[in-house]
Design a binder for this molecule. Structure first.
Ligand SMILES: [Fe+2]
Length: 569
């Protein structure tokens, strides 16, 4: 019992704090340092967790970190390696010589799993950093990478027996795992080796089409729908993997696979290349999970790991006849590892603590704090409206084909803005979509925006499967044909959308949606994350005001305070 801290010091670093197994706080380091998908030790997120809980560092009983594989340990010993890769991956440096060779070295080295010495060295370095921050008298736990992913999915999925599946690039020598959550026990029953990684395959595709690996995979998925369709027999990637029952195998090493993909990529348009990759991944994931369900005879599944950020593959899995319910942990990538490590650690030290996940786990700010920030900027005027009036007022502006900035309560944990740090606009306005794409967010034109929709409107607007409302935008759903034209700013070219289905978990946001329904007849809005291109989602009122200024936005609602930028007409 007591406090358990989870930390993750890799791609999208972060921290999470549990009190007696209950999630108290979780945030990623990028929100503090303003470097997207930050890789450095999460000093800020840890400090924020401690101060949110109003405890001393010495009050923390157990601390869990994750991943002790060879390369991760090497990066802990030589942090400059990590920084170099970060800049290389994000294309913040000129194209280096031997780029191809660098990729291949990475694929070879990262395949090496955890070694006994690595855990000792990693723990030594982590302990040193923790002690420097003031932690004393705690026990340190190193939690396996895929157990951390599995713990996220299992322990936040709600009650019941579950088949827990993880799929990602790789971590601690694996690219996937299967566990069973039953009666207080999480037991791993299957492993998928790092050499058979669908995540690495997709990462390589992303890189070859000229995008940033570990960041732009969603763009590749969106681009795939702009290809003309072709059959799986014509798919030139189809022999790169084999699936026999529940046995997934890659035909080649990751380095060899990269060469093969590069050669094919050279010969064809990007959208067709992306289409083939997406088709293969959907087919394999769908079949693999279907076979796993039949093998273990459990029809309720909980999933995590970066591959499950692929909402089109998730849609296929959700639609399987033998899936009764599907829970996708919303922070499925490595950004969620801090929470997973903490949850698994608590499972080891005390007992299982299954809870329903709320994404609102970050920092919050009082109305007084908010007003203090606003007063510092002369170009802003403000009016304290209160949260109910703000929701009504915002819905009125949105219904008149505007967009607004909506900042309320605790920051979301995970990649999606879910109505607490969101840009909200009309779902039926081409003009708002264009404005957001070109001026505010500066996104690629082919990336669709996603909607937030009232739970009570889901069946009216979408082909809904009755397998549980999707609170966290983790799957695509087909929109009903009769609404496609009207909802054109939130529907992808294939007629699907990635909705957040809003109920009582966010009352203010629900009220805003109800206001929009009152005025337009439809309880649906466009919801995109509150940030500008290339920056993380805003955290504090001062971040929000800066973004408002930089994007030339006129209206913002922030914790019940209505803010207007006087310089914008
Ligand atoms: Fe991972």
């Amino acid at each position: 019992m007591g406090y358990t801290l989870g930390i993750w010091d890799g791609h999208d670093a972060g921290a999470a704090l549990l009190q007696d197994g209950k999630i108290l706080y979780a945030a990623n380091e990028e929100r503090f340092t303003k470097r997207k998908l930050e890789i450095n030790f999460p000093n800020h997120a840890i400090s924020a967790a401690i101060s949110y809980a109003k405890i001393k560092h010495s009050d923390v009983d157990n601390i869990a970190y994750s991943t002790t594989e060879f390369t991760k340990t090497l990066e802990r010993i030589f942090p400059s390696m990590k920084e170099n890769y970060y800049k290389f991956r994000r294309r913040k440096i000129l194209k280096p010589m031997f780029e191809n060779a660098r990729h291949k070295i990475k694929y070879t080295l990262t395949g090496i799993g955890p070694l006994p010495l690595c855990e000792a060295a990693s723990s030594h370095i982590i302990n040193r950093k923790l002690k420097r921050m003031g932690f004393r008298g705690y026990r340190l736990y190193a939690i396996d990478h895929h157990l951390s992913h599995a713990a996220c999915a299992a322990f936040t999925s709600g009650q019941g027996r579950k088949l827990v599946i993880t799929l990602d690039g790789l971590g601690d020598g694996l690219s996937g795992s299967v566990s069973i959550l039953d009666n207080g026990k999480l037991e791993r029953v299957m492993r998928i080796g790092a050499q058979d990684s669908l995540g690495i395959f997709y990462e390589q595709i992303t890189n070859i089409v000229g995008m940033r690996e570990l960041e732009d995979e969603g763009k590749v998925m969106a681009m795939a729908d702009y290809s003309y369709p072709f059959s799986s027999e014509e798919n030139r990637f189809s022999d790169l993997f084999s699936l026999s029952g529940t046995r997934l195998r890659a035909r080649h090493s990751a380095a060899r696979q990269y060469d093969i993909l590069s050669a094919i990529g050279w010969q064809m348009p990007r959208e067709q290349f992306a289409y083939m990759a997406q088709q293969l991944v959907e087919m394999l994931v769908e079949k693999l999970i279907s076979n796993l369900i039949d093998r273990y005879n459990i029809q309720d599944i909980a999933v995590s790991g970066g591959l499950f950020s692929n909402i089109k593959a998730n849609m296929k899995v959700r639609s399987l006849g033998n899936v009764k319910s599907m829970y996708v942990f919303p922070h499925m990538g490595d950004g969620g590892i801090a929470l997973g490590a903490a949850l698994y650690c608590h499972y080891l030290t005390d007992k299982i603590s299954v809870q329903k996940f709320s994404a609102y786990l970050g920092d919050e700010y009082s109305e007084e704090d908010t007003v203090d920030y606003i007063k510092k900027h002369k170009e802003f005027s403000y009016n304290i409206e209160g949260k109910t009036e703000s929701a009504r007022h915002a819905s009125e502006l949105i219904s008149k084909e505007n967009y607004i900035l909506w900042f309320n309560g605790r920051m979301e944990y995970g990649p999606r803005a879910l109505g607490n740090r969101s840009i909200v606009g009309s779902s039926s306005s081409e003009q708002v979509k264009e404005l957001l794409n070109m001026k505010v967010k500066r996104r690629e034109w082919f990336q669709p925006f996603a909607p937030s929709v009232l739970e009570s409107e889901v069946e009216r607007l979408f082909e809904y499967d009755n397998k549980g409302y999707d609170k966290f935008m983790t799957s695509a759903y087909a929109m009903k044909k009769e609404h496609l034209m009207r909802e054109r700013s939130v529907v992808h070219v294939d007629g699907t959308a990635r909705p957040q289905m809003v109920g009582d978990e966010n009352l203010e946001y629900k009220e805003l949606l109800a206001g929009v329904k009152k005025q337009t007849g439809f309880g649906i809005v466009l919801n995109t994350s509150f940030n500008i291109h290339g920056s993380p989602i805003v955290m504090s009122p001062s971040d929000a005001l800066l973004m408002m200024k930089q994007s030339g936005t006129k209206h913002m609602f922030i914790n019940g305070v209505f803010v207007t930028n006087r310089k914008i007409r």
